[in-house]
Design a binder for this molecule. Structure first.
Ligand SMILES: Cc1cc2nc3c(=O)[nH]c(=O)nc-3n(C[C@H](O)[C@H](O)[C@H](O)COP(=O)(O)O)c2cc1C
Length: 202
C-alpha cells in the first residue's frame, strides 16, 4: 500500500508574518537586510520584522510562529558565518517538532568579492530550509553579465540565481561600500519573494 502524503500545513491566510533573520559583524549585511525589508514592506497583507541572529536566538519561541522567513548571512570563507550558523543550530528543536514544516523561505548573502564563493552560503541556507521542510523561493531574475558590455547598474549584476547575492567593497563603510544596483536588487528581492509568500498562503 502507498504511504499517505501528509496534509500540507499551510492554511489560507489573508495576513501573513515574515521574519528577516540576518547576521552581520560590520553592518554590511545589515544594510542589505534593511533594503530587503524595504522591498518586503511594500507588499500588502504582510507584517515584516527584522532580527539580527542574536535577537532571533533570544526570541526563539516567537520566531517559530512566523509564516515565512528570509535568511541572510555574510559569506565568510565561502560559507555561512558562525553567527548565522549559531542561529540555525538554535532552531534544532524546530527540526524535531517539524514546526517550520511547509512554511516558505528565501535567502541572501553579501560579501566583499563579486563572487567570493557566495554560492556556498546560498547552498547552505537552501539546505537548512529544505531540512526544516520549507519551500525555498529563488531570486527570480535572469543573469545580466553574459554580454561584452557589463552593466554595473543592472539588477542582479552579480548574476546569481539561487538567492540574492550582493557585494560590499572592503574599503567602504556600510553606507558607501555597496553598489546602488545591489541595494535596488535587495529591494526587488524583498518585494518579489514576499509576493510569492503571500500567493503561497492564498
Ligand atoms: C573571516 C572572514 C572571511 C571572509 N570570507 C570571504 C569570502 O569567502 N568571500 C568574500 O567575498 N568575502 C569574504 N569576506 C568579506 C566579507 O564577506 C565582507 O566584508 C562582508 O561585507 C562583511 O559583512 P558584515 O559587515 O555583514 O559582517 C570575509 C570576511 C571575514 C571577516
Amino acid at each position: 500500500m502507498a504511504d499517505p502524503v501528509p496534509e500540507i500545513k499551510t492554511p489560507y491566510k489573508s495576513e501573513i508574518s515574515v521574519a528577516i533573520v540576518y547576521y552581520s559583524q560590520w553592518n554590511h549585511t545589515k544594510k542589505i537586510a534593511e533594503h530587503v525589508l524595504k522591498g518586503a514592506s511594500k507588499v500588502e497583507g504582510v507584517t515584516v520584522d527584522l532580527y539580527n541572529a542574536k535577537d532571533a536566538i533570544a526570541n526563539i519561541d516567537k520566531i517559530q510562529q512566523y509564516d515565512a522567513f528570509i535568511f541572510g548571512s555574510p559569506t565568510y570563507f565561502g560559507s555561512v558565518s558562525a553567527g548565522m550558523k549559531e542561529f540555525f543550530e538554535a532552531t534544532t528543536e524546530f527540526f524535531a517538532t517539524r514546526s517550520l514544516q511547509d512554511k516558505i523561505a528565501a535567502g541572501f548573502t553579501n560579501s566583499a568579492s563579486q563572487s567570493g564563493d557566495k554560492q556556498g552560503t546560498l547552498t547552505q541556507i537552501f539546505t537548512y530550509c529544505c531540512q526544516q521542510g520549507m519551500v525555498y523561493v529563488p531570486l527570480g531574475l535572469p543573469a545580466t553579465n553574459n554580454k561584452t558590455v557589463h552593466n554595473m547598474d543592472a539588477l542582479n549584476r552579480t548574476s546569481f540565481f539561487s538567492g540574492l547575492a550582493t557585494q560590499s567593497f572592503v574599503d567602504g563603510t556600510p553606507e558607501t561600500a555597496t553598489e546602488k544596483s545591489d541595494l535596488r536588487t535587495a529591494e526587488f528581492f524583498g518585494e518579489k519573494v514576499t509576493r510569492v509568500f503571500v500567493k503561497y498562503y492564498h
